[in-house]
Design a protein around this ligand. Structure first.
Ligand SMILES: Cc1ncc(COP(=O)(O)O)c(C=O)c1O
Length: 405
């Protein structure tokens, strides 16, 4: 008898974490490694938010809480949805979990019957397809091309829908591409969804606050109010407030689904940390000025990275409108031969080449179900990014020379 269940057979460990682990191991050996692989801001949690957490400890707010989260936090979230998204949820339509990750999983687990389908536009966040499988569903991957801004087209959505389709996953700004869906983009998808009432929408808005330049954030439940009752809107404090370790995410949607999600949480984690919940109230309702500072810094870094990467022979990258990732096309590198004479046949080979040859850790596009690409996270200081990009450019220049020789 096997100790590990057969359910786990089709699930892979997260590739972002695997690359980071390899980079950490090389670093531990004393190698000079720059890691651009992780999906978290490098900023400290703003002091006023951290203080709210410390105050919660001092005041003894260290006990079990309600499964859905403490009322003042859910009230703060209710106000946030009204203020930022023009969405009017009641308190019992809101649940708080251990990061947006758990909220996405609970929504899928609470709703999917075996074999029901979830449309996942790719490139996508590593976890979506595996979460769908864990919940007993079938991910239906729909490719979104770089030339089309990595966004799902209405006709591709229409073609992917079947009578078994339960969910469409939307993630804007996107990890890994940084693509941002405009109101018009969402409006065009809503037109299709109206014809298919069995399809619900899971809108993962975790990068909402990181949108640059002319681009504007939009979310389905507010663009298409008639789809409000079919939509779960998910967000959290990890990315906007540099609070990845605090583990606070939240979701809002149809009451019966939120109730079912609370049952799952009640029988698994119970709730996220009481201390984190108190800090999250401050993150959502307190002084928000730090967000503009984070955003301005990310935008500067984006411009630096895109500028440098586009000078590397064999690489090209469109300027992303949001999040903190550059999703770099490396078609021009495939087929080249490194100094170690090993051929680079895939984006994973290229990512390993960069790690071994110039000490830069990135994530191969295959981890996001799109090849050949690499994802560069620009959530690092400018000096580090400059150094890392210079190394990548040098590596690509060498590869081009090797080929020419
Ligand atoms: C698209 C997307 N959704 C959700 C999450 C999870 O965020 P949290 O830290 O709130 O669980 C991430 C984190 O990488 C993400 O990239």
């Amino acid at each position: 008898m096997l100790l590990v269940s057969s359910r786990l057979k089709s699930i892979r460990p997260s590739q972002t974490k695997a690359t980071a682990a390899r980079a950490a191991a090389l670093k531990a050996e004393g190698k000079d490694i720059v890691s651009l692989s992780l999906g978290e801001p490098d900023f400290e949690t703003p002091a006023h938010i951290a203080e709210a957490g410390i105050r919660a400890i001092r005041e003894g707010k260290t006990h079990y809480t309600a499964v859905a989260g403490i009322t003042p936090l859910r009230e703060a979230i209710r106000q946030k949805f009204l203020r930022d998204n023009n969405l009017d949820y009641s308190l019992d339509q809101i649940t708080v979990g251990c990061g947006a990750k758990q909220v996405v999983f609970d929504a899928l687990y609470a709703s999917l019957e075996p074999g029901e389908e979830v449309i996942v536009p790719t490139p996508c966040w590593v976890s979506y397809p595996d979460m769908v499988r864990l919940a007993g569903g079938e991910p239906v991957l729909v490719e979104c091309l770089g030339d089309e801004g990595f966004k799902l087209k209405p006709e591709s959505l229409e073609a992917a829908i079947t009578p078994r389709t339960k969910w469409l996953m939307l993630n804007s700004p996107s990890n890994p591409t940084g693509a941002v869906y405009s109101r018009d983009d969402l409006g065009a998808l809503a037109e299709v969804l109206r014809r298919h009432p069995q399809v619900h929408i899971l809108s993962d808005d975790i990068y909402e606050k990181l949108v640059f330049g002319e681009a504007r954030f939009a979310t389905m439940a507010s663009v298409a109010p008639d789809l409000f009752h079919r939509t779960v809107t998910i967000n959290g404090v990890s990315k906007a407030s540099a609070m990845t370790g605090w583990r606070v995410g939240y979701g809002a949607g149809p009451i019966e689904l939120i109730k079912a999600m609370n049952v799952i949480q009640g029988q698994t984690t119970s709730h996220t940390s009481s201390i984190s919940q108190h800090a999250a109230i401050e993150a959502i309702s307190g002084d928000q000025s730090y967000i503009a500072e984070f955003k301005a810094e990310f935008e500067k870094r984006r411009d630096l990275v895109i500028g440098k990467i586009n000078t590397a022979p064999g690489l090209s990258c469109r300027t992303p409108d949001g999040a903190f990732y550059a999703f770099v096309n490396c078609t021009g590198i495939i087929g080249r031969r490194g100094a170690n004479a090993k051929g680079i046949e895939t984006d994973s080979d290229f990512a390993l080449y960069l790690l071994d040859e110039v000490g830069v850790a990135v994530v191969p596009g295959s981890g996001f179900l799109a090849s050949p690409y690499i994802r560069i996270s620009y959530a690092s200081a400018m000096e580090e990014l400059t150094d890392a990009c210079d190394r990548i450019v040098a590596a690509c220049t060498r590869l081009a020379e090797e080929k020419a020789a």
